[in-house]
Ligand binder design. Structure first.
Ligand code: GLV
Ligand code: MG
Length: 349
């Protein structure tokens, strides 16, 4: 094990000093775009005004013969567009692919100062992060980058889930994790053919009862992603980094998208991927805390004074622990209110 004393030393001579804390900025949606598509690139300035994070995707969904065009398009886009307070991320190709090395070399060299986060797909263990960490440090040093580029791992292999804690702790660059339900389903040999969301066959059924037909027995669909989301949230929180739900592929099912995102929000995720512009507003709605909850939380904090002891509000017991929950809710609301004047007014902040 590396000595804790060395953990915050730059991994290459001339690379910026590692961050001691991951900056928490609004990142309710990570909106994916294909940077190789010229028509798409013309929409980026407008999307930057609507999104917390824009991600130039180089990996899956980009055909093999368009990989270089996508990489070059991202460089062009980063150099030409003013992203304002929208973060720019990329998803590089996987470490075993023929494109990954040139993705990293080109992007850090050409646009390393503009890139906030590099998303690394199919991460299986700490060794994958150590490799990228070292290489990025060398490239940052060569390009004289001032601010360390952060790393984000997609949790999308069975081995990655088994090693989730060590992945989160592998480098001070680690910014967060996203659940990748599509690749994870394939890696686990799950018998599904979809990108995230539930499945009508994964359910529990009410017990049989005298005189009740089987098809009248109530069923409730269960969440296939609960276990992994829970592991991801705990591993991230334990390591001071941020968890995200990933893609929801049924674009036209806006209600189920909203449900999946809300489950993730309630469990502790800070955002989700958006694969289509309609999902931007769904994520914005879901990952901004509801106005009534924020007002309730403000009231609890006020009535709890120094945050110790108990008070009863509307018949509900509040104590130090609910005070802390309310602080989380109001802290998030305050951060979002700084970015969004409508939310500021709605929250009364
Ligand atoms: C995302 O990359 C996924 O595989 O779900
Ligand atoms: Mg994937």
């Amino acid at each position: 094990m590396r000595s804790p004393k060395d953990f915050f030393k730059a991994k290459a001579l001339g690379a910026p000093e590692p961050l001691r804390e991951i900056p928490v900025r609004p990142s309710r949606m990570i909106h994916f775009f294909n940077p190789g598509n010229e028509r798409m690139r013309t929409k980026i300035p407008d999307l930057a005004k609507r999104c917390d994070v824009l991600l130039g995707n180089l990996e899956d969904a980009i055909p093999a013969d368009e990989k270089i065009q996508a990489r070059e398009g991202l460089v062009k886009c980063a150099n030409e567009v003013d992203f304002g307070d929208c973060q720019l991320w990329t998803r590089i190709n996987s470490l075993d692919s023929p494109w990954c090395l040139d993705d990293l070399v080109t992007l850090v060299q050409e646009i390393g100062d503009q890139l906030d986060v590099i998303m690394v797909p199919k991460v299986e263990g700490a060794w994958d992060i150590h490799y990228v960490d070292q290489l990025v440090a060398q490239l940052e040093a060569r390009a004289a980058i001032k601010k360390p580029i952060m790393l984000h791992a997609i949790l999308e292999t069975a081995l990655g889930v088994a090693n989730v804690e060590e992945i989160c702790a592998a480098s001070p660059r680690m910014q967060g994790l996203s659940l990748g339900p599509a690749d994870l389903a394939a890696s686990r040999r799950m018998k599904t053919t979809r990108v995230g969301g539930g499945h009508p066959g994964y359910l529990v059924r009410e017990d049989p009862a005298e005189g009740k037909d089987d098809d009248a027995r109530a069923v409730a669909q269960q969440d296939l992603w609960h276990y992994t989301t829970a592991r991801m949230v705990d591993a991230c929180a334990a390591n001071g980094i941020l968890p995200y739900y990933g893609p929801f592929g049924d674009i036209k099912d806006e209600l189920a998208t909203e449900d999946q995102f809300r489950n993730a929000f309630l469990m502790g995720c800070v955002g989700a991927w958006s694969l289509h512009p309609v999902q931007i507003d769904i994520a914005k709605k879901v990952f901004s805390p509801p106005v009534d909850e924020v007002k309730w939380a403000i009231n609890v904090i006020e009535q709890m004074g120094d945050g110790t002891g108990t008070v009863m509000i509307d018949g509900k017991m509040q104590d130090d622990a609910t005070y802390k929950q309310c602080k989380v809710m109001v802290g998030l609301a305050e951060m979002l209110a700084e970015k969004d004047a409508d939310l500021k007014e709605a929250y009364g902040l």
